[in-house]
Design a protein around this ligand. Structure first.
Ligand code: NAD
Ligand code: AHE
Ligand code: ZN
Length: 384
């Protein structure tokens, strides 16, 4: 198949909110600096639902969504040296070129090399899509488009992993699980001031939203030695499950008349040391900041909010020492660090299996989105 167009099945989002349609798509061969990957397993993340739902200012239609997957390299374009056909890989929506000013800064995992192209659904080389249906181009999504049996990605957006790792599990390392593994992110951001992890042990943490991302934050907080991990969700189904990930206390905002930030401040002698918003709701983002302790509490925005939404708070909240930050992909450098996360899973140092609630096939993708919207699932993994 090398050098030839491949025809395969993909779930196409023709319009926002309309059921995805399984179509025969043509996938062009990889050009210079590109890799064609046979996707074997993909999971669904809430961000796919967000873009499908028309809430993403970068959302383009028709497109092939999906960004949490694993597969095998089918062929590579000119100049690709780090992967070859047969390699097991995880596509990485957050690229890592190791050459741009972001990559070289040592301050961020964001990469500037291909972002201009991935934000508009095309490949960098010729600003065209590699997907088409009977000659009509279909846009890429997040530089990954994993809801297709074959996809083309930039070589800076693919991590080579241990071939012994089960692809039906490690596909989750493409997004949700690393995003929540914020331990190193916290330690790095505080490194200069409070130098040791010991200071962090005993911290209090509040996590808003107990989906896969929020539960992965809980798992990381537990590993860091947090003394109290407070989980907040409006769906009580999440509470029993969350105990297994380290959540020690639960709050359903619907049970309280007071604003949730006040409830948490009262419960924690003035507020938590860290809070995380893992929903994408701007009023919850405000509550997450305001439930932090005066003088040092840090709130991290993880959730992705809809187009047009803005955050607000009284500036006094920041004047009095609370810190507001955000993270993409948990701060991990993708190509450098995803293989190590796979190894940690193989050594049973991090959970993955526990985040998978359902296994379905690509043909059932609309059912998988229904499960997510009903709150009935954590991660649904699709066998392609
Ligand atoms: P999910 O749908 O599995 O989980 C969201 C949880 O939030 C659910 O349990 C839901 O019941 C709860 N919730 C909804 N509204 C609430 C409210 N008002 N108060 C309390 N709880 C509420 O989603 P997920 O896949 O875990 O993703 C979570 C968020 O993180 C999404 O916004 C997603 O787009 C974003 N995300 C960001 C990154 C990143 O790199 N920053 C990566 C992955 C996902
Ligand atoms: N396109 C949206 C923003 C979407 C967004 O913030 N994406 C996160 C990853 S979510 C993964 O599930 C991210 O990494 N952002 C950094 C980046 O470079 O995209 C919008 O609002 O325009
Ligand atoms: Zn995601």
């Amino acid at each position: 198949t090398q050098g030839q167009v491949i025809t395969c099945k993909a779930a196409v989002a023709w319009e926002p909110n309309k059921p995805l349609v399984i179509e025969e798509v043509q996938v062009a061969p990889p050009q210079a600096g590109e890799v064609r990957v046979k996707i074997l397993f993909t999971a669904l993340c809430h961000t796919d639902a967000y873009t499908w739902g028309g809430k993403d200012p970068e959302g383009l239609f028709p497109c092939i969504l999906g960004h949490e997957a694993a597969g095998i390299v089918e062929s590579v374009g000119e100049g690709v040296s780090e992967v070859q056909p047969g390699d097991h890989v995880i596509p990485c929506y957050q690229a890592e070129c190791r050459e741009c000013k972001f990559c070289k800064s040592g301050k961020t995992n964001l990469c500037g090399k291909v972002r201009v192209a991935t934000g508009v659904g095309v490949m960098l080389n010729d600003r065209q899509s590699r997907f088409s249906i009977k000659g009509k181009p279909i846009y890429h999504f997040m530089g990954t488009s994993t809801f297709s049996q074959y996809t083309v990605v930039h070589d800076v957006s693919v991590a080579k992993i241990d071939p012994a790792a089960p692809l039906e599990k490690v596909c989750l390392l493409g997004c949700g699980v690393p995003t929540g593994k914020l331990l190193h992110f916290i330690l790095r951001s505080l490194g200069a001031v409070w130098n040791t992890a010991k200071v962090e042990a005993g911290s209090t943490v509040a996590i808003f939203g107990l989906g896969t991302v929020g539960l992965a934050v809980a798992e990381g907080a537990k590993t860091a030695g947090a003394s109290r991990i407070i989980g907040i969700d409006i769906d009580v189904k999440k509470f029993d499950l969350a105990k297994n990930f380290g959540v020690t206390e639960f709050i359903n905002p619907k049970d309280h008349e007071q604003p949730i930030q006040q409830v948490i401040v009262d419960l924690t002698d003035g507020g938590v040391d860290y809070s995380f918003e893992c929903i994408g709701n701007v009023s919850v983002m405000r509550a997450a900041l305001e439930c932090c302790h005066k003088g040092w509490g840090t709130s991290v925005i993880v959730g992705v909010a809809a187009s047009g939404q803005e955050i607000s708070t009284r500036p006094f909240q920041l004047v009095t020492g609370r810190v507001w930050k955000g993270t993409a992909f948990g701060g991990f450098k993708s190509r450098s660090q995803v293989p190590g996360l796979v190894d940690k899973y193989m050594k049973k140092e991090i959970k993955i299996d526990e985040y998978i609630s359902h296994n379905l096939t690509l043909n059932d993708i609309n059912k998988a989105f229904d499960l997510m919207h009903d709150g009935a699932s954590l991660r649904v993994v699709l066998n392609m």
